[in-house]
Design a protein around this ligand. Sequence first.
Ligand SMILES: [Zn+2]
Ligand SMILES: [Zn+2]
Length: 129
Amino acid sequence: MAESNISELETTTNPQVLYRCKKCRRIVASKENIVTHERGEGESSFKWKKRSSQAWEMEKQTIDCTSIFVEPMKWMQAVQEGHVEEKLLCMGCNARLGYFNWAGMQCSCGAWVNPAFQLQKSKLDECYM
Ligand SMILES: [Zn+2]
Ligand SMILES: [Zn+2]
């Protein structure tokens, strides 16, 4: 009765993903560069909300990660220069794409990534090859 084949889809089709600067279309990362992290748990992703005098309601915040985390890459000039934390600027157009910190940063989902090379999804175009 149970359908157990659904998860196979994920492993068989694995499209290449590229991230480009939205402004100048320069490729800044690909799927291989992405450092995945566990979604944040606990206090930071749950919010207790007092609705009325009696009822406490747990509001589950389904916050998506608003950024991706990648490994340090050549185009990250500030990284090459030896900074500990600095803005990440696009090599092509100097647009601010994100921020990095060797000591770690917190994702919008609540998870800590350490070290963190964070690129804002809103500044990137996600392309599937
Ligand atoms: Zn996250
Ligand atoms: Zn750019």
